[in-house]
Structure formats: structure tokens, C-alpha cells
Design a protein around this ligand. Structure first.
Ligand code: ZN
Length: 870
């Protein structure tokens, strides 16, 4: 890899000298690019955004004072420099290059050279780009007279980065020194932020941009950088940063680019094109916006327009892989991975050095389940840029994944940590199999195989595998169409997830994504998955949470076309959850009203390229207005129980406080529950009566509370308190019923499962006991007591084959009693008359422990049996 200057040491020595220089101090103002510049009228015009007039004004100045060119006057140089900047903004790149060539010929300062380098690159003039990069790198001229020292240093940093210099070293040396020596110089922090951003280190980028904003609260590039960081990392604070930027500069290209991306995320290509149009009018060669325009036409399925833009762009710059890479990235965000991968392949054909395209390509391949090919591409991307955080994380993850077990059972390929396989791999596959048979028929689809399912015992690994970034604890599973990734319960807080509901939900995504060729909007996919989860068990899916009430009161009920916004532009984490809830309710309404076949028909239309909302309307032969009207009526009925909850505060201040709370990931509902309402009153009275052991009163109030708002499932939920009440009161039958009701309503109440199993065992209700224990194993597949309960229940039911499977799982978990279990296994084999295997296992046992009497006895019985058979 090429290094800046001849060797790292030279570079550092030189750099230390520069820092001393800074220490002495040079007179410069924080925001001024040049060391000093005479006031020019065109600058004001330029600042107001009228580039055309500003350019005309400079041209006139140059014409009027030809003598300044001859003597290479300082003022003339600044005109050329400014003119080049204006020409770049207007897409007159060749003219800008000519001016910059003239300027750098006279004054080869890094800040000028950097601009020339970037202009050549922009124009696709690769040879000149490389020559100038080399010239800038080799230059020993340090008499800088035009730009401030800081500006030139930052330019050197960028040149070093183009040369592949280690960004960590650049940050800790050059940028840190600029920031420390010039703490009032915002561009220093911005440059450090930009570098971190480009390497995918978003936390770090955020810190630097914030520091820049501490120096200058309205620094446009700091705001733009922070907005892009928030956008890339899906941070909900994006809007609060974008707003001031747009207020200061309504036409800021980076702000507009983010807005365009947001529209593209929403699938609203027309709106994106509206925003792009005026920019391309000023600058038809704006490559980034050309690429975004190409992405918009991709979403519109206008492949001719897409191709035309790509060809025109390549005429301007034959290496502009961006015009394929960005549509590919957008395709990927819309889950259209096959097309995304094809677009990235094109991008790489145009520029094999576009490592960003390569990294995206690798991720598309991984999402298509092509791990082998994806890994190769990732390794190449890593070789080209070993500092990209996401690529690095992903490669580490693939190493971890390589140590996983692979269990194949057509059409599924399951990968999971070795120690988890004997415990629950078969159960996961059995559940998948059941969903596969059920939905293949219901949704009329033959699935593409194999379907990869990857289960992680580390949440960050799961997130890196899925989206390239660790964190986001809210996610438990993600589906990409032919690949499901998810957390194992071992990756989560104990007893906080039910793997059955997660896996069921994700598998339904496989069905609907494949059915629509990955063309469905997120809300519809989530809506159907949650709806089917609820069909699987009412304990699963989405509950109607308390915290939705104020949101709904404030924002009203959505129409079908508005559901996607809860996912693509959520104002808070609670909004996303509300989006799941509304979407599932929509599916419930739609299926109840029109039947499953219409829904399936709508999915088929989406798969053929029609828009989701139009397809849903066409399939049921209604207008969108009619659908919205009836859906809202349905919702109003569904939400009527919210009337039993406290009202939201009326005065504005209190409401604002409310917002702060509900926008938290886990809002604190306690203060609200203190207020009066039929539900909270009953809950409070019931809780108090239970505490005072006033059993009858507690029972009445808690039952009332449950009826008033059944969706409440927190720890003090009425049903959970009723279980406790009956247990303490000694009402055994009622306790049993309450426990049953609780586990049919709450997918993660492990304690209720455990208690119910104990009660059912005493009552010798083996069938119900096995079911309750198996349900509990959805929450904790590693619980030995529940595993044993399943085994014992099956033995009692005389289902020996299943009992044998259950026993193997107990054995995998409780190795201390291995020998006992092995004997029991032999006993089961004998009951199943599998003599041969029974004998083999007993002999093996005796080889280990020749004096084990129980095994000796077993062997004797087997041999006797054999004699009798002869
Ligand atoms: Zn989902």
C-alpha cells in the first residue's frame, strides 16, 4: 500500500515540525479559507446562491484587469480559484480544471492540488488524477502563501487518505494536532468527522461533528456530516439536525441528497425526482444526483431511463461506478437483493477499485445466502480498504459462523452454535417444517431453496451478520427472503424472548418476500408476519401497548398508504412498534373483510410490479378511500378499550414532557398509571387488596382490570396478579386456570409455565403437562427441569419414540447424570423392541463402567429376551 511521503518516519518528523509552527501561531480566522483576501462583490452574490451571476462577475473582473494575469497577482489567483469552485458547482468541470491547472502551476499548495486531484477524479481523468496525486505527495514546497496552514494541513490529510494512509494514524496525528492546536477551527473537527464517517465509524464521526458544532453551532458542513451519519446509522435524531441545516441553507446539496434518499427509502421515486430536477438543471454533471436519479428510475421500473442516465454519465466519466452502485444500494434497501447484486457487479466492471461497491456486493451475496462468494468479495474489499469498520466486523463474523454446526433438512439449512444443536436444532426445524407445509398452500407458492436459517448466541454477531453494525437490541430476527438470521434465547436477557414466535414471524417473511419477489413494502411484510404470529398463538404478535394511546390521540389513525412511514421515517422507537401493531391490524381487517385469497392475489400483483396499495385495492375491488374508511372504523372499535385508560395531559407543557417519555425506547409508564381511569383504578385497588390479603376484593378488581384492558402484560398485569392471588389464597383449580390463561396470553412468562407444569404433574394431566413444558422451552430451551417434564410426560403417555428424543436432549444438558439417562435410554429402546440398539448401548455403557449393576441387569434382560426369541 502506498504511503504518504517516502516513509512513515519522514512523514511524522515533517509533521512534528509543522505542529511547532502552528504552536507559534499564524494570524487566521476560523472560517476564512485564504490567509487574507480583499473584499469582492461577487462573494456576496455567491453566498446568496446565485452562482451564475457570481461567475459572470469574476469573468468581467478578469477581462478588465489583464495585467494582473501577466504579473500573477495574488488577487488574480484568488479569482481563478473562486472561479474554479463556481465552475465545479455548475458542472463546467473542464473549465474548472483548466483554472486549477493554471493556479497549481504558479502556487502548488496542497489545498489547490487537492481540488485539482478531486476534479480530475470527478471527470474520470484517471492518469492525470494519479500524476497529480503523486505530485502532491512528493512536493517538498512548504512556503504556503494563499491558504491558511490549517486548510493546507487538512488538504494534506485528505491527499494522504487518497494514498491509502492508515486513517487511525491520520486521526491520531494530523487531525488531532489540528484540533488540539486550533480548538476554535471548526473545519478541523469536520474533517476528522468526515474521515470517520467514510470508514463507517459512526460513533466517532458523531463525536467530531458535535465538537465542530460546539465551536460553530451553524457550521453547515458539520450539520450535513452529522445528518448523513444519523441517516446512515438509522438514528432518529436525523430530523432535528436536518431542520436547522435546511433553515440556514434550503438548497444545501447534502441536505437535499438526504431528503432524496428518504423518499427513495419510502419508495416515493416521483418525489425524489422532483427534488433532483433543479439541481441537475444548475449542474447537469452532478454525478451524485445523477446516480440518485438512476436509483429513482430503478424504483419506477423505468429501465430505459435508468440505462440512458447510466450511459450519459459514463460518457462524462467512464469510471463513474457510482451510477450503478447507488441504484444497487437502493435496490438492496428495498430487499431486491438479486437486482442489487447485478447492479454492483456492473459497478465493479466499470471500476474494479470501487471497494464500496464490492463491500455492498458482498453483503448482497450474503443476504442471498451465498456465503462462499460473499466472503471472497469481502476479503477483496478488505484488502482494498482494511479500515472499513463494517467490512472488518463482517469478516470476523464469518469466521465465527464457520465454527457453527450445519444441519440440513430440505428445504432448510440451519446453522447454529455447536453446543445448541443437540438441544433444539430439531425442534427449530420441526417448527419450520410445519410453517412451510401450512403456508406453501395458504399463500400458493413454491419456495426457492435452500432457505438458510442462522441462529446466533451473540446478539452483536447477529446484527453484524444482518446489517453490518452491532447494537440495536430491539431486533431479534431478520429475514432477507431466502435467509433468516436471529438471536438464540442465549443471546438475550434470560426469559425475554420466545424463539418460536420469532422464528414463525421470520419464516412468514420468507413466504411473503418470495411471493412478491422482494417487492413488497416493509409495513405489509411486517403486518402479515405479525398477523400470522397471532394466528399461530394469541400469546405471540403485538399487543396494544399503553404508550400508543397518546401517540394515536396526537397523530390520528393512519390510512393504508401511511403505514410505511412508521418504518421508514419513525419519530421514535415507539412509532416503529405502533407501525407493527397497525400493520397487523390492517391485515386482520383485510382478511376478515375480504378473505385470504384476496390478500394472496394482492401479493401476486405486487410481485408483477404493481404498487402495494393499488394491489390491495384492486384485489378486493374497492377504492383506497373505501378501504381507509372501513379500516379506520375497524380500528376505532378495536381501540375503544383505550377509553378505559387515563386521558393524556391536556396542557402543552405536560404533553411535551410526555413526548420525551414516549420517544424513549422503553417509556416509563408509571406516572401515567398513577392517574385515575377505570383500568388504573381497578388495577390499583386489586393490587392493594392483594397486598392486604383481601382475596375476594382483589379477585373482583383484577378480573375487572383484565377485562377493561387485556393487552397490558407488564409484571403487574392483572392476569399475573391473579395467578399470584390464587396461589396464595389456595384456590388450586382457579390457579391452574389462571396460569393456563396467562401462558396463552403472554409469550414470555416462563415462571407461569414452570408453575403450571408442577400443578399438572400433581394432577397427572400428562398431555397438558407436556404441552405446557414444551411452550416454556420456547422461552428457555436449556431449562433442564422442563426438559425432564417433557420426557416424563411422554413416558407416562407411553409415547416412547418421542420420549427417546426428549431424553437425548435432557442428556445433552445434564451430563452429570449421564449414566442414569443412558440406562433409561436402553429401557426405552427395549420398550420400542429395538433390541439390537439397546444391546449396543448397554455394551458401550459397560465398557465405560464394567461394574455398573444397573447396566449389567439391563444386559441380562436383553440377552434373556434374545434367547426367548430364538
Ligand atoms: Zn418482521
Amino acid at each position: 500500500m502506498p504511503y504518504f511521503f517516502r516513509g512513515r518516519r519522514d512523514w511524522l518528523v515533517f509533521f512534528a515540525g509543522l505542529m511547532l509552527w502552528i504552536g507559534i501561531g499564524i494570524d487566521s480566522h476560523a472560517q476564512i479559507q485564504y490567509q487574507s483576501a480583499p473584499p469582492e462583490a461577487y462573494r456576496e452574490v455567491w453566498a446568496k446562491g446565485d452562482t451564475r451571476r457570481a461567475l459572470a462577475m469574476i469573468n468581467r473582473l478578469i477581462e478588465e484587469r489583464p495585467e494582473l494575469e501577466r504579473i500573477r497577482a495574488f488577487r488574480y489567483l484568488l479569482w481563478l480559484s473562486d472561479r474554479a469552485a463556481l465552475q465545479m458547482q455548475m458542472g463546467q468541470v473542464d473549465q474548472a480544471i483548466a483554472d486549477l491547472e493554471a493556479v497549481t502551476e504558479m502556487i502548488p499548495e496542497p489545498a489547490f492540488l487537492l481540488r485539482l486531484i478531486e476534479a480530475y477524479r470527478y471527470r474520470g481523468r484517471k492518469d492525470e488524477y494519479q500524476e497529480t496525486l503523486k505530485r502532491a505527495t512528493d512536493s517538498t514546497n512548504r512556503r504556503w502563501s494563499i491558504h491558511t496552514l490549517e486548510m493546507n494541513l487538512l488538504a494534506m490529510g485528505r491527499i494522504a487518505e487518497w494514498n491509502g494512509e492508515n486513517p487511525k494514524m491520520l486521526l491520531s496525528s494530523l487531525y488531532t494536532s489540528v484540533m488540539e492546536n486550533r480548538p476554535e477551527f471548526a473545519p478541523g473537527f469536520v474533517a476528522a468527522g468526515d474521515l470517520s464517517f467514510r470508514k463507517g465509524a459512526y460513533d466517532l464521526a458523531e463525536t467530531y461533528y458535535q465538537q465542530a458544532l460546539n465551536v460553530d453551532a451553524v457550521h453547515e458542513e458539520a450539520l450535513a456530516g452529522l445528518a448523513e451519519t444519523y441517516w446512515k446509522s438509522g438514528d432518529p435524531r436525523l430530523e432535528e439536525i436536518l431542520k436547522p441545516l435546511i433553515e440556514i441553507h434550503p438548497h444545501h446539496p447534502r441536505a437535499i441528497a438526504i431528503q432524496v434518499e428518504q423518499h427513495l427509502d419510502l419508495g416515493d421515486a416521483e418525489k425524489a425526482l422532483e427534488l433532483i430536477e433543479p439541481i441537475l438543471q444548475t449542474n447537469p454533471n452532478e454525478l451524485h444526483f445523477r446516480s440518485l436519479q438512476a436509483a429513482a428510475y430503478f424504483l419506477l421500473d423505468d429501465l430505459d431511463a435508468l440505462k440512458t442516465i447510466q450511459e450519459q454519465t459514463l460518457q462524462f466519466n467512464p469510471y463513474c461506478s457510482e451510477v450503478y452502485r447507488i441504484p444497487g444500494r437502493v435496490a438492496s434497501r428495498h430487499y431486491r437483493f438479486t437486482e442489487a447484486a447485478a447492479l454492483q457487479r456492473w459497478a465493479l466492471e466499470i471500476d474494479p477499485d470501487d471497494y464500496e461497491a464490492r463491500a455492498l456486493y458482498a453483503r448482497d451475496l450474503l443476504r442471498l445466502g451465498e456465503d462462499e462468494a460473499g466472503r471472497k468479495e469481502l476479503e477483496q474489499a478488505f484488502a482494498a480498504d482494511p479500515f472499513d469498520v463494517q467490512v472488518f466486523n463482517m469478516l470476523n463474523l464469518l469466521d465465527a459462523l464457520a465454527s457453527f454446526d450445519v444441519v440440513k433438512q430440505y428445504p432448510f439449512v440451519l446453522r447454529l452454535p455447536k453446543e445448541e444443536t443437540p438441544v433444539w436444532a430439531d425442534e427449530a426445524l420441526a417448527l419450520l417444517r410445519r410453517a412451510y407445509e401450512l403456508y406453501r398452500e395458504k399463500y400458493k407458492i413454491e419456495l426457492n431453496a435452500p432457505i438458510q436459517v442462522q441462529i446466533f448466541d451473540d446478539h452483536d454477531d447477529f446484527m453484524v451478520r444482518s446489517v453490518g453494525l452491532p447494537g440495536s437490541i430491539g431486533f431479534m430476527g431478520i429475514c432477507f427472503g431466502q435467509l433468516i438470521t436471529m438471536d438464540s434465547p442465549t443471546a438475550r436477557t434470560k426469559h425475554s424472548m420466545n424463539w418460536r414466535s420469532v422464528l414463525w414471524h421470520e419464516f412468514v417473511h420468507v413466504i411473503t418476500l418470495q411471493k412478491t419477489k422482494n417487492r413488497m413494502p416493509r409495513w405489509l411484510s411486517e403486518g402479515i408476519s405479525v398477523y400470522e404470529e397471532l394466528e399461530f398463538s394469541p400469546a405471540c404478535g403485538q399487543k396494544m401497548e399503553l404508550q400508543y394511546k397518546p401517540l394515536i390521540a396526537e397523530e390520528g389513525l393512519p390510512g393504508v398508504a401511511e403505514l410505511e412511514r412508521y418504518f421508514t421515517q419513525p419519530a421514535s422507537a415507539t412509532h416503529v412498534m405502533l407501525g407493527y401493531f397497525f400493520s397487523a391490524e390492517f391485515i386482520k381487517y383485510y382478511v376478515n373483510e375480504f378473505g385470504t385469497d384476496r390478500l394472496v392475489n394482492a401479493l401476486e400483483r405486487i410481485g408483477e410490479g404493481a404498487k402495494a396499495v393499488d394491489s390491495l385495492a384492486a384485489a378486493c375491488e374497492r377504492t383506497v378511500e373505501e378501504i381507509d374508511k372501513h379500516f379506520k372504523q375497524y380500528l376505532e372499535e378495536r381501540l375503544v378499550v383505550y377509553n378505559h385508560l387515563p386521558d393524556i395531559p391536556r396542557d402543552k407543557n405536560a404533553l411535551v414532557k410526555w413526548w420525551e417519555k414516549v420517544t424513549d425506547e422503553k417509556p416509563d409508564m408509571e406516572p401515567w398509571l398513577q392517574k385515575n381511569s377505570p383500568f388504573t383504578d381497578a388495577l390499583r385497588k386489586g393490587t392493594q387488596a392483594l397486598k392486604e390479603e383481601q382475596w375476594e376484593e382483589a379477585e373482583t378488581e383484577l378480573k375487572k382490570a383484565h377485562e377493561l384492558f387485556p393487552d397490558y402484560t407488564a409484571d403487574n398485569a392483572p392476569l399475573q396478579q391473579l395467578c399470584l392471588l390464587y396461589e396464595k389464597w389456595g384456590k388450586r383449580e382457579k390457579w391452574k386456570q389462571a396460569l393456563k390463561q396467562e401462558i396463552e396470553w403472554n409469550a414470555t412468562d416462563f415462571d407461569a409455565c414452570r408453575k403450571l407444569v408442577a400443578v399438572l404433574r400433581e394432577d397427572e394431566e400428562w398431555d397438558a403437562m407436556v404441552r405446557a413444558a414444551e411452550w416454556g422451552l420456547g422461552i428457555d430451551p436449556f431449562d433442564v427441569a422442563l426438559r425432564k417434564a417433557v420426557y416424563e410426560g411422554l413416558v407416562k403417555k407411553e409415547e416412547y419414540a418421542r420420549a427417546l428424543d426428549a431424553l437425548r436432549r435432557v442428556l445433552a444438558l445434564d451430563s452429570a447424570r449421564r449414566v442414569d439417562y443412558q440406562c433409561e435410554s436402553v429401557g426405552l429402546l427395549m420398550k420400542l423392541q429395538r433390541w439390537e440398539q439397546a444391546k449396543k448401548e448397554t455394551v458401550a455403557l459397560l465398557e465405560d463402567m464394567p461394574h455398573y449393576w444397573r447396566a449389567q441387569e439391563l444386559l441380562l434382560r436383553i440377552v434373556e429376551r434374545e434367547k426367548r426369541d430364538e
